[in-house]
Ligand binder design. Structure first.
Ligand code: ZN
Length: 395
């Protein structure tokens, strides 16, 4: 305490009270959330005399928070990666300013930034909510920031964001990968291998049409958490997210394709069981499930979510219509359940089970190049119909 007062006296001329001029004490740093939403809380001993400010930096995507002189008494363990935040650093570039820098996994927006009084009357906290967003939205925020602060030469409005009309963007998600092999066929075929091979073929078919922007969530045998797959789709401003799977199922004799959309309530027990198994993917790879408190209860988000959901259903039906006449579908081929990988609030998303590795006939078909070409062709037709209807609607 003595050292602290001494420090304060040395660096800050004539403090009016013991506190005024003494550095803020940041006593803890906590984050909670997943790859799509993160809340950061920095505990402070008192209300800062000067309101903290923030700005964005790119390459990598960072949030810089400027604080009045602050002594950081943080546990380094708390500064490790969580969800959207890849790391945090702090320091004092000048004696009269301190800084906290959060590095994100990708583009994000600052949803809220507040100094709040703690309920127990003990000190204050800086609470910041970040949400994953698209590269375009992040660039727009950077441009707005430059104009607001005048800190850099402002860019003419027409140049601010690429004006070129964005192509219909598809993110294909090969299910599983790395430590998470997915299902295993009777003759040893691994689901993660089948899904990657098929996703690459589907991308080639779509690329050949030269009218889409197509990318994969993974193009090697790596593990990617489910929420990270969702974040990637949002970063790329996907108009469509298609997750590819080929699972096993306990029902004997069941074969053919199925198209799933997300729903809190499952269409049937098989769909529910499948969603539970798919959602275990993160645990298979030794990753803890993220905190549930990152769910956003925002009415605007809910409205967008509802609209997105109706597009997902429309696409699922279109797809079923195509697959029925090419590779065949199971009975009631459009099903739904609580798949975490389909939970992007703003990207229409479906999960396609191409067939079931547990069925020897399906396993053989999945390895057949002609069959795969037929399947990819009909999915591409479904996508073309959906993209056409979206273009007509001005979206
Ligand atoms: Zn799967």
């Amino acid at each position: 305490m003595l050292a602290l007062v001494l420090f304060a006296t040395l660096f800050f001329a004539a403090p009016a009270t013991v506190l005024a001029g003494a550095p803020l004490q940041a006593t803890s740093f906590k984050t909670a959330g997943d790859a799509n939403h993160v809340r950061m809380v920095l505990d402070l001993d008192r209300e800062p005399e000067v309101q903290p400010r923030w700005f964005l930096l790119r390459s990598p995507n960072r949030l810089v928070i400027d604080l009045p002189p602050t002594q950081f008494r943080l546990d380094p363990k708390d500064l490790t990666a969580r969800g959207l935040i890849r790391g945090a650093r702090f320091g004092s570039p000048h004696p009269d300013a301190s800084r906290l820098i959060l590095t994100a996994r990708g583009p994000f927006s600052v949803e809220s930034f507040d100094i709040l009084k703690n309920d127990d009357g003990n000190g204050f906290r800086l609470a910041v909510d970040l949400a994953a967003t698209s590269d375009r939205a992040f660039e727009q925020a950077l441009a707005d920031q430059a104009i607001e602060t005048g800190s850099t030469v402002s860019t003419p409005k027409s140049d601010r964001i690429a004006d070129a009309k964005k192509r219909f963007t598809i993110v294909i998600d090969p299910g599983h990968g790395g430590a998470d092999g997915g299902a295993e066929g009777v003759s040893g075929t691994l689901e993660k291998t089948v899904t990657l091979a098929f996703a690459q073929e589907l991308k080639a078919v779509l690329d050949a049409e030269d009218r889409y922007d197509v990318s994969l969530t993974r193009d090697t045998d790596v593990f990617i958490p489910l929420d990270e797959r969702v974040r990637i789709a949002r970063q790329r401003e996907a108009d469509l997210f298609v997750s590819i799977h080929a699972d096993t199922i306990g029902v004997k004799g069941l074969r053919g394709a199925t198209v799933y959309t997300v729903s809190d309530k499952a269409s049937d027990p098989e769909a529910e069981a499948l969603a539970i198994r798919e959602n275990l993917s993160d645990q298979v790879a030794g990753l803890a499930l993220p905190d549930a408190d990152a769910e956003v209860a925002d009415i605007l988000v809910d409205l967008v979510r509802r609209e997105t959901h109706s597009f997902s259903i429309r696409f699922a039906r279109t797809l079923v219509g195509q697959l029925r006449h090419s590779i065949g579908v199971i009975k009631n081929p459009h099903r739904f359940a609580g798949f975490r990988v389909l939970k992007a609030p703003d990207v229409p998303s479906v999960l396609i089970e191409l067939g079931y590795l547990s069925n020897p006939k399906d396993e053989k078909l999945l390895a057949d190049a002609d069959w795969r070409e037929k399947a990819a062709g009909s999915i591409a037709k479904g996508i073309a119909a959906f993209a056409g209807s979206r273009a007509g609607a001005g979206g």
